[in-house]
Design a protein around this ligand. Structure first.
Ligand code: COA
Length: 381
C-alpha cells in the first residue's frame, strides 16, 4: 500500500425484505450510520463511490452515484461501480486507489441493492447479466444452474456427498442466528438442507443465497486514523463463461487475488484470524476455502465438519447464505463484519473474498487490526 488507509466509519441496514424502502432510503440508512460512527463530519467526504448492479433492471434507476451524493449536504463528486456480485469489493478497491493516489483523503463507499420487489424469475434473468450472454444465457442457464454444474462436477471429481455439502449452509445459518442484521436467524439442520426443494440439481433451496434488499457503507480515509488499516486490496479476473476455462472446480481469479493480497500485505496465510468469503451457493464456499489455500483441493468441506477445531473463523456473520445477498452491498458488508470480528476477538488480521459471476471477477482484501493505533469505527453500534 502506498499510503496507509483506515476504515473510520461503518454502517449497514439489516439485509432482507424492506417493503417500504427504495435504493435512496436504503443508502441513506447505511450512510447515516457510517457517518455517525466516524471521527469526521459528512463535509469531510471528498468523494462517494456507489456499488450497484441491478438498479436499471429492477428499479428503473441508473445514475446512482449522483443520488448517493445528494444524501450529503455538499454534493461531493460521485461515481458508480458495477462488477456484478463483486461490485462492493471493487468499489472498495476503486476508493483505495483514489486514496493512495492522493486525489482524495476521505471517501464514502456505499453498496446497495433492491431486489425483492421483482419476481424470482425477473431477478434470475437480471442476475444473468453477470454471465456471458452469448454462451451461458443462450444455453438456458441461471446462476443456480451454473453453480449446479460446478457442484455436479466437483462431486464427481472429489467424491463430495450430498450430506457433506449440506453441512455448509447448516453452519452458516447457525452463525447467522447471532447476527442482528441477518436475513435468516433460525437454525437449519443439514437434514433440512438435503430435503429442501430442488432448485438446480444437485443444489437445493437451502444451498442458495436468497434474494435480498440492503445497503452497507464504509468511510475510508488516509487523513483520519482508526484501529482498522487496509493491508491489501487485490482484484483478479477470469473468463466470464465457464465454457472457456480448463477447470470449473477451482477458480483462478481467487487464487491470483489471494496470492497478490498476501504479497501486498506481507501477511502469511496462517496469520489470518477471520475470513468472510463468498458463499453465494454452498459449493462456492468449499471451493473458495481451497482456492484461498486453507485446504487442499477436495478437502474444503472439512472445515464444516468441525469449525471450532480451526484457529481461523469462516463466515461467522452467517455469510451470504444466512445474512442475505443484496448483491452489490455484500462486499462492503463483508468488510464491516470482518472488522467487527477483529474488534471482538482482539486478533490481528481479517480477510474478505467477494466474487462476481462464476468468479469472473474476484477481489480479496486484508485488514490489519491495531487496537492501539486509533479509535474503533464501531463505537456507536
Ligand atoms: N435460503 C433460505 N430460505 C429461502 C431462500 C434461501 N435462499 N430463498 C427463499 N427462502 C424462503 C423464503 O423466505 C420463503 O419462506 P416462507 O415461505 O417461510 O416465507 C420460502 O423459502 C420460499 O421462498 P420463495 O421466495 O418462494 O423462493 P423462490 O423459489 O422464489 O426463490 C431461490 C428461491 C433459491 C430460487 C432464490 O432465492 C434464488 O434465486 N437465489 C439465488 C440468488 C442468486 O443467484 N444470487 C446471485 C448469486 S451469484
Amino acid at each position: 500500500m502506498q499510503r496507509d488507509t483506515f476504515l473510520i466509519g461503518a454502517g449497514q441496514t439489516p439485509f432482507g425484505e424492506h417493503w417500504n424502502k427504495g435504493i435512496r432510503e436504503l443508502m441513506d440508512d447505511a450512510v447515516d450510520k457510517a457517518i455517525e460512527a466516524a471521527p469526521c463530519s459528512a463535509l469531510d467526504i471528498d468523494c462517494v463511490i456507489v456499488a450497484n448492479m441491478l438498479g436499471e433492471s429492477l428499479s428503473n434507476q441508473a445514475h446512482i452515484g449522483a443520488i448517493a451524493a445528494a444524501l450529503l449536504p455538499h454534493h461531493p463528486p460521485a461515481l458508480r461501480v458495477e462488477s456484478a456480485c463483486a461490485s462492493g469489493a471493487v468499489a472498495l478497491h476503486t476508493a483505495i486507489g483514489l486514496l493512495e493516489s492522493g486525489r482524495a483523503e476521505t471517501v464514502l463507499v456505499v453498496g446497495v441493492e433492491k431486489m425483492t420487489d421483482a419476481s424470482t424469475d425477473h431477478v434470475a434473468a437480471a442476475l444473468m447479466g453477470a454471465a456471458d450472454a452469448e454462451r451461458d444465457l443462450s444455453a438456458g442457464l441461471t446462476f443456480p444452474g451454473i453453480f449446479g454444474l460446478v457442484a455436479t462436477r466437483y462431486m464427481y471429481e472429489h467424491g463430495l456427498s450430498r450430506e457433506d455439502l449440506s453441512l455448509v449452509s447448516s453452519i452458516h445459518h447457525q452463525f447467522a442466528k447471532e447476527n442482528p442484521y441477518a436475513q435468516f436467524r433460525s437454525a437449519v439442520s443439514s437434514h433440512d438442507v438435503s430435503k429442501s426443494t430442488l432448485v438446480a440439481d444437485p443444489l437445493r433451496l437451502l444451498d442458495c443465497s436468497p434474494i435480498s434488499d440492503g445497503a452497507a457503507a464504509v468511510i475510508l480515509s488516509t487523513k483520519h486514523k482508526s484501529s482498522m488499516r487496509i493491508a491489501a486490496t487485490q482484484l483478479a479476473t477470469d473468463s466470464v463463461s465457464l465454457a472457456d476455462r480448463p477447470t470449473i472446480t477451482s477458480f483462478a481469479a481467487t487464487r491470483e487475488a489471494m496470492h497478490s493480497a498476501l504479497a501486498e500485505s506481507d501477511v502469511r496465510r496462517e496469520q489470518i484470524d477471520h475470513l468472510e468469503l463468498h458463499d453465494c451457493f454452498s459449493i462456492a464456499a468449499v471451493i473458495n476455502l481451497e482456492d484461498l489455500g486453507f485446504f487442499e483441493p477436495g478437502k474444503g468441506v472439512d472445515y464444516y465438519r468441525n469449525p471450532e477445531a480451526y484457529e481461523f473463523t469462516v463466515n461467522r456473520s452467517g455469510g451470504l447464505k444466512g445474512c442475505g445477498h443484496p448483491v452489490a452491498a455484500t462486499g462492503i458488508k463483508q468488510m464491516i463484519d470482518v472488522c467487527k470480528q477483529l474488534e471482538r476477538s482482539g486478533k490481528h488480521y481479517g480477510l474478505t473474498q467477494n466474487f462476481g459471476g462464476a468468479c469472473a471477477t474476484c477481489a480479496v482484501h486484508i485488514v490489519e487490526h491495531r487496537a492501539a493505533a486509533g479509535a474503533s469505527p464501531f463505537s456507536t453500534q
